[in-house]
Design a protein. Structure first.
Length: 85
């Protein structure tokens, strides 16, 4: 199973105080910024949403998302060479 984090991730409280940590789906692969070829299917992942408040977790400006997309470009080009798409 593959996933990307959205703009409403779940957090859990640590036992050592008020600090929070993110919970991620166990046994799954985070596809953020990655491209994988799985059983004939090409899958690319970008997490989050457009920034709409002051909570910066998993929210991106247009420029930040453009950088994330640019980071995927070489992998997408490689897959186009490798698989013809």
């Amino acid at each position: 199973m593959y996933y990307v984090m959205g703009n409403h991730p779940l957090t859990v409280r640590n036992f050592d105080g008020p600090r929070e940590r993110w919970t991620f789906p166990g046994g799954c692969v985070n596809l953020d910024g990655r491209v994988v070829h799985h059983q004939g299917l090409l899958i690319a992942g970008l997490e989050g949403s457009m920034r709409y408040n002051n909570n910066h977790y998993f929210q991106y400006t247009d420029r930040e998302m453009a950088w994330k997309v640019a980071g995927l470009a070489p992998w997408l080009a490689l897959n186009k060479l490798r698989y013809g798409r």
